[in-house]
Write a protein that binds this ligand. Structure first.
Ligand code: URA
Length: 245
């Protein structure tokens, strides 16, 4: 249970002080009853709270940037009992969910939020958020394969959209190479399928960037809250879909 003015402020209605005024002025209803007592305790998940008759948003929005380690499922629970990404969060009260997904054996940048609209926009290819991956692949791809990855690869669910692909390290002795792939789509196991399709199966995969967000300052398993500036910038970039699609 929490104080009504705190719940109102956290839901973004107004400042704590202004919310206290709203309560005193009789503009706040809890479960259909007008409440004027400042100390009133409410359950933000259960109680129906309205201001001037309009329901408030139940929780404040939070945006977390997690460095997902391998060996963790991008889900809220796993019937097989394996660790899930939300097991890595401590003291986050809001019920956040992952934006898109990284495979069990993929590491890297994963956003979690309780803002469904933002999550849909990030996941939708028409907003053209860049997703950058580092993939260790088997063998050293020739220029022709790299060009194919960039131009489009036929997969069972259709051609991939144009991407950026470059070779960043050749380990000829080790029979492997490190590729950087930048894609806008988010199909299931897309990078792994693209690399396999050009004859270079992925050995290890990490997402290093999502739009302007990077993993800087985090180690696997750590997370941080996005700053207000980052959230504002993300919202600006997600405001208008790409005119090309
Ligand atoms: N592409 C993949 O193949 N796997 C991921 O986890 C992310 C992108």
């Amino acid at each position: 249970m929490e104080r009504l003015q705190k719940v109102l402020a956290q839901a973004g209605v107004a400042s704590r002080r202004k919310c206290e005024d709203l309560i005193r002025e009789g503009r706040v209803q809890v479960n259909g009853v007008t409440v004027r007592e400042l100390g009133t305790k409410v359950d933000p998940q259960q109680d129906e709270i309205r201001v001037d008759g309009r329901p408030i948003r139940r929780e404040s929005y939070v945006y977390l940037l997690l460095y997902k380690p391998t060996g963790v499922i991008t889900s809220l629970r796993d019937p097989a009992g394996r660790p899930v990404v939300t097991d890595l969060l401590h003291g986050v009260k809001q019920r956040v969910f992952p934006v898109g997904r990284l495979d069990y054996d993929t590491s890297g940048l994963l956003l979690l939020t309780n803002d469904g609209d933002m999550a849909n926009r990030i996941a939708h290819p028409s907003f053209e958020i860049e997703k950058v991956y580092h993939a260790w692949v088997k063998g050293v791809p020739a220029m022709k394969s790299i060009r194919l990855l960039a131009e489009g690869v036929p997969l069972e669910d259709g051609m991939t959209a144009p991407a950026k692909a470059r070779l960043i390290r050749e380990d000829t002795a080790g029979g492997r190479a490190l590729l950087e792939l930048t894609i806008h789509e988010g199909r299931n196991r897309q990078v792994r399928r693209m690399c396999s399709a050009v004859g270079h199966p992925v050995l290890a995969l990490k997402r290093i960037r999502l739009g302007f967000l990077t993993l800087d300052g985090l180690t696997p398993g750590q997370y941080r809250y996005l700053t207000e500036d980052e959230v504002a910038r993300l919202k600006r970039e997600l405001l208008v879909p790409s005119p090309r699609l």
